[in-house]
Write a protein that binds this ligand. Structure first.
Ligand code: NDP
Length: 288
């Protein structure tokens, strides 16, 4: 059985091109979209990820402000920065990067991101709007999964899709996006029991648990399309997903690679959401 590799790179390139075109067209009216990334951690992989957003922004012409508050930033300081950015007219999109310092409540901070600038769907209002089908930015990772499946023409309507993971930033919003495309969605988590019980008969399996090697070849069938959202840094510094590539390759019908799969599309979508936010804010600026 040969497993098709579903690379995210061609789709990321298409989105980047779209961002560049929108930046050019907004520039004609003197508007430059700007994304602000707020971080407060010494975690090396987070710094690496934020640099990748910065580089992609540079390539596409989106302005990028990195606000690094240091690993000992307090909740009031973070809250003040998020309030200021939400009120700042020159900033169109805001990302609050996790992890945050111990004791800082991410849940209350994300609620301070103005919904119209919430380009990574972190504010609970955005999740609520997605749930009832109202316009909102979906978390970029959740949207990437759906965009990759649609790009490769993997049917979703009436298909059995298993999502492994139920976080507010990946698993839950993804299950809402899939439901909106008429998939029959099953959500698994750390208490749902052996994965194979759900995944073996699935048409599509999306793994977003953050556990290297969680999904193996014996958990899938020859018709399963597998999307690997996980990012795990091994002790030797290499990056792997949640899928045991050695056994799933050769068993499943298709698989997204890590790196070069979901992650590459996610960065491009964050920038696309930023230009969309800039466009909407230009046509209906918030009341003074
Ligand atoms: P969280 O830790 O918030 O959530 C993990 C989820 O996986 C939880 O719902 C948890 O269940 C579930 N889980 C954990 N262990 C198991 C298990 N053994 N079996 C079944 N389910 C399990 O992580 P995130 O949602 O933030 O991220 C998930 C992964 O996606 C991470 O690897 C992260 O790095 C990656 N990621 C990748 C991005 C990209 O662009 N590629 C962007 C964002 C995240 P429970 O709720 O019961 O605890």
């Amino acid at each position: 059985m040969s497993t098709t590799l579903l690379s995210g790179k061609p789709l990321a390139a298409l989105f980047q091109q779209e961002v560049q075109e929108q930046v050019r067209s907004l520039g004609v009216d003197g508007v430059r979209p700007v994304v602000a990334v707020v971080m407060a951690t010494a975690d090396e992989s987070t710094h690496w990820y934020v640099r990748s957003i910065e580089r992609a922004a540079e390539r596409t012409g989106v302005g990028c402000r990195i606000i690094d508050l240091g690993h000992d930033a307090t909740e009031p300081v973070l809250a003040g920065v998020l309030r200021d950015l939400s009120a700042e007219p020159s900033v169109n999109g805001i990302i609050l990067q996790t992890p945050l310092p111990p004791g800082v409540r991410t849940d209350s901070l994300v609620g301070l991101i103005a919904p119209e600038k919430d380009i990574d769907g972190a504010n609970p209002l955005s999740l609520g709007r997605l749930a009832v089908g109202q316009p909102a930015f979906a978390p970029a990772t959740a949207r990437s999964v759906v965009e990759i499946l649609e790009h490769y023409r993997i049917p979703l309507a009436g298909k059995g899709v298993v999502v492994v993971g139920r976080s507010a930033i990946v698993g839950k919003p993804l299950s809402l996006l899939l439901l909106a495309r008429d998939a029959a969605v099953t959500v698994c988590h750390s208490r749902s029991g052996p994965l194979a019980r759900y995944t073996k008969d699935a048409d599509v399996v999306v793994v977003a648990a953050g556990r290297a090697g969680l999904l193996g070849g014996s958990d899938v069938s020859s018709r399963t399309v597998v999307v690997d959202v996980g990012t795990n840094v091994l002790p030797d510094g290499s990056l792997v997903g949640d899928v045991d590539e050695a056994t799933v390759t050769g068993t499943a019908a298709a698989l997204t690679p890590v790196p070069g799969g979901v992650g590459s599309v996610t960065t491009a979508l964050l920038l696309l959401h930023t230009v969309e936010a800039a466009r909407r804010q230009r046509s209906s600026p918030p009341p003074a």
